[in-house]
Design a protein around this ligand. Structure first.
Ligand code: NDP
Ligand code: 2IT
Length: 458
């Protein structure tokens, strides 16, 4: 996926505070394109709040919030099943502990580098604030490629990764979870190694755990479910519902699968899913049992779905956005929905786009959608259900309790309604009604900035 090249903040020429700050961030974080993009998307919406709250400027809140509290980069050596030795790079960026322990996932993908981890950690600060839960922002991962690796290789890699990372973690310090390439299996191996090294069964140090040893019901489903709940709220505010809508989903991992499940429960027809090899179109609606069997149980490819289902067609090497839909849910990775895709979606009559993935829509594509009046939900709002349910898992761990599926799902639904409403009302309050990007950025920023002021210069 191509990142957007560095450029000046659009529409910011009039903003004498933000432009030099952004220029300085570019200078000090050279080559970190995705981080620049994430920072720019936030800064360009903060003008109105800085105008009303000059104390944030005086306290240099933006300079402080854009500089991680701590950045860890470490060597991860491991040996494969043939005995050959590999050396990967591990990262953990502890961005902000203003609202709680650093919280955010680990990504294992060959594309991972410092700039990507920083963009994800930066987004996580505001996302976690929006949930209303006591969690700070962080992210980590490795350029390790899990594809084609045996369980034993995955285990040795996770053990080596945790052997270094464990000293920086703790339920009150830093609490990782999954992201791309890190799911229940990896969290199990990571937790086992943490427990072995520290001699502590510290349940709250990782989330996304197995249900038999401290995990929480609904965590697996939470990101995808939450994204669809948020979409339903956006449609409701426009007098519509998901019932009968035709949906295009990209990706076929954790987020995509459970977005499809919730959309189907709410009466929509999901006609696509994808992976990095291409996409599937299934006009009858995705057969989710088959998709789960191929992706979750078999760790296979979506092409296999089309081989096994007569109604489906596999289109290699392309994205899903050419398929006409009422609602689009990008759930794969950053910068996967480009300006040309947005123009196609608009031409095909799309009503709503909600980001299940982190920053999947390029800034140019966001502008096309917003100018066309499409309801657009940024990831930091729409995919916050995952980390919110991680915080519910921490809550259950702290009280040595475990809640039912129905209770936890209702808590998730309440949180997603709360996030929707606070983005909606904040956007209105700051003069951009209906603009969820402005609403999410300002609502998240104000929560963190106010707490930073209260905690002094640290
Ligand atoms: P998974 O590893 O379960 O699935 C990732 C999916 O995206 C796969 O279908 C994968 O295809 C595809 N994909 C990944 N990288 C690329 C790429 N470079 N090009 C094309 N396709 C790609 O990850 P998740 O479902 O957990 O994460 C998906 C997105 O959601 C990420 O942006 C993540 O940051 C975000 N997210 C995840 C949360 C969670 O709780 N898991 C919470 C909030 C956001 P392939 O198999 O071919 O690589
Ligand atoms: O991007 C994200 O919010 C996640 N990958 C989930 C983080 C978490 O701590 O549950």
């Amino acid at each position: 996926m191509q990142a957007t090249p560095d450029s000046a903040v659009p529409h910011a020429a009039e903003n004498r505070v933000i432009e030099p700050l952004y220029a300085e961030i570019l200078r000090r974080n050279q080559g970190e394109k995705e981080f620049h993009q994430a920072v720019r998307e936030v800064l360009e919406t903060l003008g109105p709040v800085l105008a009303q709250r000059p104390e944030f400027v005086d306290a240099r809140i933006i300079e402080r919030i854009c500089e991680p509290e701590r950045q860890l980069i470490f060597r991860v050596p491991w040996s494969d099943d043939s005995g050959d030795i590999h050396v990967n790079r591990g990262f953990r960026v502890e961005f902000s502990s203003t609202l709680g322990p650093y919280k955010g996932g680990l990504r294992f993908h060959p594309s991972v580098n410092l700039g990507i981890v920083k963009f994800l950690g930066f987004e996580q600060i505001f996302k976690n604030a929006l949930t209303g839960m006591p969690i700070g922002g962080g992210k980590g991962g490795s350029d390790f490629d899990p594809k084609g690796r045996s369980d034993a290789e995955i285990m040795r890699f996770c053990q080596s990764f945790m052997t270094e990372l464990h000293r920086h973690l703790g339920e009150y310090t830093d609490v990782p979870a999954g992201d791309i390439g890190v799911g229940g299996r990896e969290i199990g191996y990571l937790f086992g190694q943490y427990k072995r090294i520290t001699n502590r069964f510290e349940s709250g140090v990782l989330t996304g755990k197995g249900l038999g040893w401290g995990g929480a019901l609904v965590r697996t489903e939470a990101t995808g479910y939450g994204c669809v709940m948020f979409t339903a709220e956006m449609l409701r505010s426009r007098g519509e519902s998901l019932d009968g809508q035709r949906i295009a989903v990209s990706g076929s991992g954790n987020v995509a699968i459970y977005a499809i499940e919730k959309a189907q429960q709410l009466g929509a027809t999901v006609v696509t899913c994808s992976d990095s090899d291409g996409y599937v179109v299934d006009e009858k609606g995705i057969d989710l049992a088959l998709l789960k069997e191929i992706k979750e149980a078999g760790r296979g490819r979506v092409a296999e779905y089309a081989e096994r289902r007569a109604e489906a067609v596999f289109v290699p090497g392309a994205g899903v956005w050419d398929v006409p839909c009422d609602v689009a849910l990008p759930c794969a990775t950053q910068n996967e929905l480009h300006e040309a895709d947005a123009l196609t979606l608009v031409r095909n009559g799309v009503k709503a786009v909600a980001e299940g993935a982190n920053m999947p829509t390029t800034p140019e594509a966001v502008r096309v959608l917003q100018e066309a009046g499409v309801a657009f939900a940024p990831g930091k709002a729409a995919n916050a259900g995952g980390v919110a349910t991680s915080a519910l898992e921490m809550q259950q761990n702290a009280s040595r309790d475990s809640w039912t599926f129905a209770h936890t799902e209702e808590r998730l639904a309440e949180i997603m309604r709360h996030i929707h409403d606070s983005c909606y009302t904040t956007a209105e309050r700051y003069g951009s009604p209906g603009n969820y990007v402005v609403g999410a950025n300002i609502a998240g920023f104000e929560l963190v900035a106010d707490a930073m002021l209260a905690q002094g210069l640290i």
